[in-house]
Every structure is written in structure tokens, then in C-alpha cells.
Design a protein around this ligand. Structure first.
Ligand SMILES: [Zn+2]
Length: 329
């Protein structure tokens, strides 16, 4: 653990009980995918897949594993449709058992059959068909639409979940409220990570801002998580009340809101964040987009040249003033 964290953050807390966890996943739970990636990287054989390839796009679809498995088998021509079985000399009729109108190659089973076609049109009205029966080409053509659909549904979900979630622009808090935006930055080559946080009042004016540099190689999620803990401790020390914390790391925001318990360094810090939030008076947590988080992002990025700095309204770098004025609505 020390090799990867190189930081004293976890060793101070005597209440944390030692547990086994898998360091390559932020959940702490072992996965074959992360172990494979780790071993390949150690051997120098890890190849970042071309982001334009169909497989790259496929494994980034947010769908249950069984759905991705179905698509993977379809693209590998391993789906036992009637036509595929007949081609493998299984004694079956090639005719589709659902519509009983046509043969059942993979494209028919998943796209062309009347039932499948109706399902696709209900989800993606502009779904395209003209790909000469090639499922891979059909998927490639329609993946963009699918990602757009997922983006819309995620936004809708976030919006319904908590008011203010998903804000694109930074907006001033209401009367007597304080907004604290937080962000982290990773400096992998130097084995550092930086934190940035900015507190502003109802007029959008700076109360205080901080940047800090830490030693250690951590995952982006853990860096964001630790920034959140640092910000909460800062709010507690300043005795601010009616505070809204805004972060652009959806994972951290969602896990803090959830009741799940995670046995990993990430989970330990989340637990600490939750306990500090319970002690604070009237605090809420909101997910914002990166563009709304430019001020904290700037400080986190600058932490490597200005480590451990505190700024207030009398002492603010010009670049930060520009960001505070430019990105405020
Ligand atoms: Zn059919």
C-alpha cells in the first residue's frame, strides 16, 4: 500500500481496521480486467486500444454485463441463431422461430426481426438499417446514437436525483449560503497529486481558496476523494454553515450519497467524508460539470508550482481572478 500511496493519510487513523483489498480497483474488489491490465503493463505489453475501434466503443457502453456479452458473442459470430446453428450442421430449420417469416442470421435475430425492429424504434427512432445484413457495421453506425441516448438518460437521472446536479456553469449560492468547489489533479511523472478548493459567498466573492500538493501515486478517484475530505475538514475548521460542496467527480458524489460500504483506501476516505458531513451543520453535495469547476481545477493544476497556498480576497493570483469573473453566472 505504501508503494502506491506514499502518503501518511491513512496511517494516522487508529480507528481503521486492517483489511485485505484489491488495490487496482477503487471498490477494493478484485477484477480479472484490472489484474490483466496490471500484468500486461508490468510486461510492457499493455496497448491502449484505438479509441475509434468498435471494441473500444463497445466496452464503454453502460449496459449490464450480460448485454455486453450478447453483443460480443454476436460480433464474434458465436450467437446460436437458427441460421448459425444450421451452418454448424445442427439439424434445425433456418427459419426465425419468432416471426417465422425469414431465415434467422444474427442480424435478423437482433435487428431485422419484426419484434427486434419494434424495440429498436421505440428506443432510437432514427436507427439505421441499410448495412447489408452485417451486424458489426450496423452496430458501428448506430453506436453514436446509442451513446447520445445514454447521455440524455444519465443527465435526466442526475437531474431527477438532486436539484442542481449536472450544472454546466457555476452559479452563485443563495443568500447566506457558501459554495465550495473542489477538484484534484494528478502529476503522474512526478508521483504527486494536487488538490484545489475555492469558497465563495452569495455575491460570488472569494472567501478563501487553497491549493495543496501531496506525494504519492493514487487513482484519479482516490485523489478526488481525498480532496473532498480535505475540503470537508477545511469547512469544519472555518465553522462555515449552510455550505454546498460542488465536485465534478460523479463517482465520489454518488458513493458519498449511497449507503454502500467499500473496503479499500477509496472506501476508507469516503467513510471519513461521511462522518465529517454528519458533524457539519447544513451541508449538501452537488455534482457539477468540469466547465463549472474551472476555479478549483485551476488551483489543483497549479498546485505543483504553488504547493500549500491559501488565498483570500486580498491576495489572489490574477489568473484566478479572471476565472472567478469569467465563469460566474
Ligand atoms: Zn424473425
Amino acid at each position: 500500500m505504501e508503494e502506491y500511496l506514499g502518503s501518511q493519510v491513512f496511517t494516522k487513523d487508529s480507528q481503521v481496521v486492517d483489511k485485505l483489498y484489491w488495490i487496482k480497483e477503487c471498490s477494493g474488489v478484485y477484477s480479472v480486467k484490472s489484474a490483466y491490465k496490471f500484468l500486461q503493463k508490468q510486461k510492457g505489453e499493455w496497448r491502449q486500444e484505438d479509441s475509434s475501434s468498435l471494441w473500444f466503443k463497445l466496452w464503454r457502453i453502460k449496459a449490464p454485463a450480460k448485454v455486453l456479452n450478447l453483443v460480443w458473442r454476436s460480433l464474434s459470430y458465436c450467437l446460436p441463431t437458427m441460421t448459425m446453428l444450421a451452418q454448424k450442421h445442427v439439424h434445425v430449420l433456418r427459419i426465425c422461430p419468432v416471426c417465422q417469416d425469414e431465415d434467422e442470421p444474427i442480424m435478423h435475430a437482433l435487428v431485422g426481426c419484426s419484434l427486434a425492429s419494434q424495440c429498436w424504434h421505440n428506443i432510437l427512432p432514427d436507427v439505421q438499417q441499410d448495412v447489408n445484413g452485417d451486424f458489426a457495421r450496423w452496430l458501428e453506425k448506430n453506436l453514436v446514437q446509442w451513446h447520445n441516448f445514454q447521455g440524455r438518460s444519465t443527465q435526466a437521472f442526475v437531474h431527477l436525483k438532486f436539484e442542481g446536479d449536472g450544472a454546466i456553469y457555476w452559479v452563485k449560492p443563495q443568500a447566506r449560503q457558501i459554495k465550495v468547489t473542489v477538484d484534484a489533479a494528478i502529476f503522474r511523472d512526478q508521483m504527486w497529486f494536487g488538490t484545489g478548493m475555492v469558497a465563495r459567498d452569495e455575491r460570488g466573492e472569494l472567501l478563501e481558496a487553497k491549493s495543496r500538493l501531496h506525494n504519492g501515486v493514487v487513482s484519479p478517484e482516490l485523489a478526488e476523494d481525498m480532496t473532498m475530505k480535505e475540503a470537508l475538514s477545511w469547512i469544519k475548521a472555518r465553522t462555515w454553515i449552510q455550505v454546498i460542496i460542488e465536485a465534478d467527480c460523479l463517482t465520489v458524489v454518488q458513493v458519498i450519497r449511497s449507503k454502500i460500504s467499500i473496503e479499500s483506501p477509496f472506501g476508507v476516505v469516503i467513510k471519513k467524508c461521511k462522518s465529517i458531513m454528519l458533524e457539519l451543520n447544513d451541508i449538501s453535495l452537488i455534482f457539477i460539470k468540469r466547465f463549472a469547476n474551472m476555479a478549483a481545477h485551476f488551483l489543483a493544476k497549479k498546485s505543483c508550482s504553488h504547493p500549500d497556498r491559501v488565498f483570500d480576497e486580498r491576495k489572489v493570483p490574477v489568473e484566478l481572478i479572471n476565472i472567478l469573473l469569467t465563469y460566474m453566472f
